[in-house]
Write a protein that binds this ligand. Structure first.
Ligand code: F6P
Length: 305
C-alpha cells in the first residue's frame, strides 16, 4: 500500500493543519496510508513519524499553528543520507512538505534523491517565489488589519505617531498588504527604504490632514526604531510603537486560508498519485506544479499579492 509522509517546516502558518487533514482525507479513499512527521525536517532525520487518519485530525483544522510541530534546519542537505535511511526504514516514498522558501528547497533535495515529493507554499510572509499566495498569509493579514483598525480608533481620538510592525522576515509583503488594506499613511518596507526627508514629508501631510499618522512597517526595515524616533521628534508627535510580533503568526485560520490549504493539498495528492514531483504554486489563482529545478529561491519584490 503506498504511504505518504506529511511534514510541516519552518515558521508555522495558520491553515497547515487543514492541509494535512485534506491530504489524508483525499488519500484514504485511494487506499493510501498517511503518516505525519513530527517537528519538520529535524523529525524526519530521526524517523519521528506518527500515523494519521483524517477523522482524528479533523478537529485541528480550525486551529492555528501545526499540530505536527515544526523546526528550522538550514543544514538539511548535508544530512540527506540520514533522512533517506529513516524514510526507507518506514517504507515511505511519497512526501508532502509544507513551508516557505527554505522548506521547499529541502523538498527539492529529497526529490532529487529519487523520492516523489510535492511542496506546498505555507508561510504568513507570502514570500514564496512565483506563488501569488501562501497558506497562512490571509489569516495574518486579517489579524494585522484588525490591529491597524484598532490603532486608528485611538489615533483619531488622541493624535499620535502610530507605527505597527508586522512580521515578514526580510520582506514586506505582509506589511504592505496590511497597510494598503487599512489605509496607512506610510509603509516602511525593506525592499523600498524611504529617505527620512521623504518619510517626514508624507507624515507631515498626514498630520496636517487628520492630526495623526498611521505607519505600517515590516520587521526587516533597516534601522526601524531609530527611524521612527527621529521622525517623531521632527514631526513633534509622540511615538506609539506596536509590535505584535509572533502573535501575528497564530490564530484560527481564515476561511480563505482553509480553502487554499484544501485546494493545494488535494492537487498535491493528485500529482503524487501520478508520480509527479514539484512545488505547487498559486499562479493566476490556480495551483500549478512547477518543477523544483525551476523554483527561484526568493520572490521578486513585489509580486502580485
Ligand atoms: O515564518 C516566517 C516568520 O514568521 C517571519 O515572519 C519571522 O521573521 C520569522 O518567521 C520568525 O522566526 P522564528 O519563529 O524562528 O523566530
Amino acid at each position: 500500500m503506498p504511504k505518504l509522509a506529511i511534514l510541516t517546516s519552518g515558521g508555522d502558518a495558520p491553515g497547515m493543519n487543514m492541509a494535512v487533514w485534506a491530504a489524508c482525507n483525499a488519500l484514504e479513499p485511494r487506499g493510501w496510508s498517511c503518516v505525519g512527521v513530527r517537528e519538520g525536517f529535524a523529525g524526519l532525520l530521526v524517523g519521528n513519524f506518527v500515523g494519521l487518519n483524517a477523522a482524528s485530525i479533523l478537529p485541528y483544522t480550525r486551529l492555528g499553528g501545526t499540530f505536527l510541530g515544526t523546526s528550522r534546519d538550514p543544514g538539511f542537505r548535508a544530512k540527506l543520507p540520514e533522512a533517506l535511511r529513516a524514510l526507507q526504514a518506514a517504507d515511505i516514498n511519497h512526501l508532502m512538505v509544507l513551508g516557505g522558501n527554505g522548506s521547499l528547497q529541502g523538498a527539492r533535495t529529497l526529490a532529487q534523491a529519487g523520492l516523489c515529493v510535492v511542496g506546498l507554499p505555507a508561510t504568513i510572509d507570502n514570500d514564496v517565489a512565483a506563488s501569488e499566495e501562501s497558506i497562512g498569509f490571509d489569516t495574518a493579514l486579517n489579524l494585522g488589519l484588525l490591529l491597524l483598525d484598532q490603532f486608528r480608533d485611538t489615533a483619531e481620538s488622541l493624535p499620535r505617531l502610530c507605527a505597527l510592525e508586522t512580521l515578514g522576515g526580510s520582506t514586506g509583503f505582509l506589511a504592505r498588504a496590511v497597510g494598503q488594506a487599512g489605509g496607512a499613511d506610510a509603509l516602511l518596507l525593506p525592499e523600498e527604504p524611504l529617505p527620512l526627508e521623504r518619510l517626514l514629508e508624507i507624515t507631515q501631510t498626514a498630520v496636517a490632514r487628520h492630526r495623526f499618522a498611521l505607519i505600517v512597517a515590516s520587521e526587516g526595515y533597516p534601522g526601524l526604531e531609530a527611524t521612527l524616533e527621529a521622525l517623531s521628534e521632527r514631526v513633534g508627535l509622540r511615538l506609539r510603537f506596536a509590535r505584535p510580533s509572533h502573535t501575528l503568526r497564530g490564530g484560527r485560520p481564515s476561511a480563505r486560508d482553509r480553502l487554499l490549504a484544501r485546494v493545494l493539498a488535494e492537487a498535491g495528492v493528485e500529482h503524487l498519485a501520478n508520480h509527479r514531483s514539484g512545488a505547487l504554486l498559486i499562479q493566476q489563482g490556480q495551483p500549478v506544479l512547477v518543477p523544483f529545478e525551476q523554483l527561484e529561491p526568493y520572490k521578486t519584490p513585489f509580486g502580485q499579492v
